[in-house]
Every structure is written in C-alpha cells, then in structure tokens.
Design a binder for this molecule. Sequence first.
Ligand code: BV8
Length: 255
Amino acid sequence: MAPVSPLDLSQSRVLVLTGAGVSAESGLATFRDSNGLWEQHRVEDVATPAGFANDPELVWRFYSRRREQAKTVEPNAGHRAIAALEARLGDRFLLVTQNVDGLHQRAGSERVIEIHGSLFRTKCWACDLEPFHDTASYMAERLPICDRCEEAGRKALLRPDIVWFGEMLDPNHLHAIDSFLRRGHGTPLVFLAVGTSGAVWPAAGLVHQARGLGASTILVNAEAAENTAHFHRFLEGRSAEILPVLLGADGPASG
Ligand code: BV8
C-alpha cells in the first residue's frame, strides 16, 4: 500500500459511499468477485423484480443464504474507522452505503442511508405494508405471504426490502443525499468512496454530483474502478488497512 497520511477533516463535511469491498474484509463476497454469479445465475437476473416473479423460491434462497452468512461475520476496522469519523463530525458526516448487510450499523454507524435496502428487512410484494425487521431464512418451507393482503382476500408474497436492478431508489434517500451535499455551503466538502466498482447507477454517479458542488473526491479501492478517472485521488489498497490511517481512527478532533 502506498504511504497514506491522515486527512484533516476537522473543518470539513464528509459524505462517504461504501460498496461490497468494505464488507469483503469481513468475509462477505463482493458482487464482482463472484463475477456477478450466484448458483450459476447472473445476480442481475436474480436481484430483479422479474427474477422474483419468475422464481420467488430461488430469490428467497439467494437472500436467505446471504442473511445466514451476514449473521456469521463481524464488522472490520474499515467499518469502525467510518463510525469513529461520524462520532467526531456529527451532523457534518453522512454515510451512504450500497451494502445491505447491516455491518456499518453493527460497527456503530448511525447516520447511514442504505440506498439499496437491507438484507434484514422484509416487505410485501403487492401492498404498502410497512417493511419490518426480519432475520428469518425462507429456504425449503412455504414462502412468506402478506397477512394484510390475505385478510383483504388477496394472496401476495413477501419479498426482501432490497432495491433490485431496474427498481427506483427511494426518492427520500436521494433527496437527503442532495441536501447534505448542498447544506452548510462554505465548509469544505469531501466525498470518499470506498470498496465499490462504480458499476452500479445511480450510486456510481455520486462522484459527479459531489464534484459539481465543489467537493474534493477520493476513491479507496483494491483496484481501479469504472469511475476512478472522476476522482481527484485514488488510493489503491484494502479498506480495512487504509481507512484507519486515512480517517485517523484517533485522528484530529472535530473543530
Ligand atoms: C435504477 C441490491 C432507474 C441487490 C443492488 C446502464 C447505464 C446506467 C445504468 C444502468 C444501465 N443499465 C441498467 C442500469 C440501471 C442499473 C445499473 O446500474 N445496472 C448496472 C449493472 C449497469 N441500476 C439500477 O437498476 C438501479 N435503479 O437505475 O432505477 C431505472 C429504473 C428502471 C430501468 C432503468 C433504470 C438500482 C441499482 C440497485 C441494484 N441493487 N443491490 C443485492 O444487494 O442483492 S446493486 C449491488 O451492486 C449491490 O448493492 C452492490 O453493492 C452494488 C454495487 O456493487 P459494489 O458494491 O460496487 O460491489 P462490486 O463487487 O461491484 O465492487 C466491489 C469493489 O470493491 C471492487 O472494485 C473490488 O476491487 C473492491 N474491493 C474488494 N475487496 C476490497 C475492495 N476494496 C477495498 N478493500 C477491499 N478489501
């Protein structure tokens, strides 16, 4: 790893975007590591509304396996360094994650927007039932159905509360991100992306949004990403190694 010195973020506003590479350090496979494949299915075919309509058992098997796996791993030093920065910066910090594994929250992060949803939340495929916390695995037995729909005489499956390919992200999330980037104009803005291939939109476009608002932009990734060229700085290496140094796990106090 090339030498990395701590950033002085004491007077900055910081937006962090994380991807599967941050969780890879905890032992969870990334999307690209598996060449985007799972049980010989392309993830883009499983993690889609059409995939669920076509084979809900396969999709529930995919997510149940990932729920089980995510329960067996722990947050790593990269997650902890991000949580420590939030503790120092308070409302001058925001974490946007593409990860659905909940490891950031388990490391202590609170100001988190899960733009692709959560493994541990389930919702109804058909009605606007409030998504609920759910750690269950639905492998062989009957797939979960919506009680509320059943009471209304309809049969509807429950589904993971995940943003699938081809589905819109929550507009409230996008609005919260935009207003964070625009708020407090005048304080230096830093956009830090970590462990993401920059392959999935609109998350991959955040670097452009941040630069357009004057942010200095840094990418920390194990290899060049699809949008590396759009970052002012690219630090190649492992997030669990770089982040504690870069963010100064015990770095400068917030000013
Ligand atoms: C939408 C939930 C509007 C699933 C996920 C063409 C151009 C532009 C856009 C599109 C297009 N064609 C289709 C689209 C839209 C599509 C898209 O972007 N497709 C891609 C494949 C081209 N986007 C959408 O559909 C989004 N919605 O656009 O709505 C719309 C509506 C209708 C029709 C069209 C558009 C919704 C996207 C959300 C999809 N859901 N997750 C699930 O998790 O099960 S995305 C999925 O990929 C995960 O969330 C994952 O996080 C995400 C991105 O992957 P990464 O996190 O970056 O992970 P990856 O493996 O790719 O990379 C990891 C990186 O870490 C690697 O670079 C590796 O080198 C590095 N690394 C590894 N170890 C380490 C490390 N780095 C540091 N340290 C380490 N130790």
